[in-house]
Design a protein around this ligand. Structure first.
Ligand SMILES: *[C@@H]1O[C@H](CO)[C@@H](O)[C@H](O)[C@H]1NC(C)=O
Ligand SMILES: *[C@@H]1O[C@H](CO)[C@@H](O)[C@H](O)[C@H]1NC(C)=O
Ligand SMILES: *[C@@H]1O[C@H](CO)[C@@H](O)[C@H](O)[C@H]1NC(C)=O
Ligand SMILES: *[C@@H]1O[C@H](CO)[C@@H](O)[C@H](O)[C@H]1NC(C)=O
Length: 385
């Protein structure tokens, strides 16, 4: 019987055209499934890793909206962050928002073109105000580039904001509040760029300088924004909050290519330099929707006391106060005509001018929305160039 059975089985197998899977083949098939399973898990792990590290930005944007990513603050009015401007950098921009401390690392402090030899070493944003004991209480101190500006040092180019609008690794904004009492708070959004490329007039690039502080100011009443200032060269423009363009509740500011003057709309903007004798229309700024920058994502926070003009760190208290108290300039002193970098002026204007003073000198205790100066303060209710 047994042989018979074996025979039949053999017969049966002979009749069947598809070969029977052997033990070996079955094991192989099982192995393939195991390998496929492991490969799928590995692939998912790789995708998750890339997503976590921001390489798959399209995936991230869908899980992190502007509001989700917003800075949450304590010891500082949250509405100052919630209503903070978003800044469109121009599509032709080459000098992006820059790390404020990188300005100190890439410069040495000079007075009258001579380096201060016994300055603190290392000089940082925390001890920068130690320079106020040199050069006329700090006023004549210039943070001077270690490299020749004409060799285009890379640090002057700043940091291009990422897909969230963040200047990664670069603290490029200082948000300063001045509480005026009776519910009125002025919030200054100070934007820092390592380099200002001046306008080109009749093929002459004029008014370049290392270091550039620009700002918007929003005047709040009981936590609600009322008016907004846009800094432009020597002065600027004021608008009502209702008039400015917004993304949700956040006002939009357009930063001009090179000069970083702030405007309420995209396009071309004629501006005249105060006391300049150039005809109107000679100096033109351009703004457009190039890269969107959210200055709050990498900002220092400060509280300014208008009575004694002192700064203190706002929020978690880690913002370097020395940088705000430094009275000197954030870039090179204007080169003399004898310097080959400079050469002769064009209609009285130089290619290179001196670096700017810091936020302390931007009218932080102003009476109106415009800085206190002789120019009439017009609060515009319609957006314009
Ligand atoms: C600056 O230095 C030059 C020479 O290096 C000197 O003639 C001039 O008096 C100095 N100016 C000041 C304000 O110290
Ligand atoms: C700042 O402004 C307030 C209110 O206008 C004024 O009382 C104060 O004196 C000003 N501070 C300085 C330093 O001028
Ligand atoms: C501002 O400074 C003055 C003078 O030092 C002080 O009396 C006042 O309490 C300060 N204000 C705040 C809000 O800290
Ligand atoms: C303090 O807040 C800033 C943002 O305002 C943040 O970047 C920083 O990491 C915070 N530091 C600490 C120690 O929490």
């Amino acid at each position: 019987m047994e042989t018979m059975h074996e025979l039949q089985l053999e017969k049966g197998s002979h009749h069947n055209n598809t070969p029977r899977p052997t033990e070996l083949a079955l094991t192989k098939r099982r192995n393939i499934w195991t390998v496929l399973c492991y490969q799928t898990i590995s692939l998912l792990a790789i995708i998750y890793f890339l997503w976590q590290h921001g390489f798959l930005t399209f995936a991230r944007q869908t899980v992190c909206t502007r509001a989700d990513c917003a800075l949450q603050v304590t010891n500082f009015p949250q509405y100052v962050i919630d209503y903070a401007p978003l800044v469109w950098l121009d599509e032709d921009e080459t000098y992006f928002p820059s790390d404020i401390s990188a300005q100190v690392e890439n410069t040495h402090p000079d007075v009258n073109f001579s380096t201060i030899v016994d300055a603190p070493d290392p000089l940082t944003l925390d001890n920068l105000d130690a320079l106020n004991k040199y050069g006329n209480k700090g006023f004549d101190v210039f943070l001077t580039s270690k490299l020749d500006v004409t060799t285009n040092p890379i640090w002057l180019e700043g940091v291009v904001p990422d897909s969230h609008g963040k200047t990664k690794g670069a603290s490029s904004c200082a948000i300063i509040i001045n509480d005026r009492g009776s519910g009125r708070v002025d919030a200054f959004y100070m934007y820092f760029y390592a380099y200002n490329q001046g306008n080109t007039v009749l093929f002459h690039e004029l008014g370049d300088h290392i270091g550039d502080w620009e700002h918007n100011m929003i005047r709040f009443q009981d936590g609600k924004p009322e008016t907004m200032w846009f800094s432009q060269h020597g002065n600027g423009q004021a608008f009502t909050y209702d008039a400015v363009e917004k993304e949700d509740i956040r006002p939009i500011s357009y930063s001009a290519a090179g000069s970083h003057a702030n405007y309420a709309i995209a396009g071309s903007h004629d501006h005249s330099i105060p006391d300049a004798n150039l005809p109107f229309g000679f100096l033109i700024d351009h703004t457009s929707q190039g890269v969107l920058w959210d200055p709050t994502l990498n900002a220092y926070l400060y509280v300014y006391n208008g009575t004694d003009r002192s700064f203190s760190a706002g929020g978690n208290g880690t913002s370097p106060v020395g940088a705000m108290n430094f009275k000197g300039q954030w870039g090179d002193q204007q080169y003399p005509e004898s310097d080959p970098k400079q050469g002769k002026p064009f209609f009285g204007f130089y290619k290179y001018v001196g670096g700017p003073t810091g936020p302390w000198n931007k009218g932080l205790n102003r009476t109106l929305t415009c800085p206190d100066n002789a120019i009439r303060c017009i609060i515009r209710t319609i957006r314009g160039p």
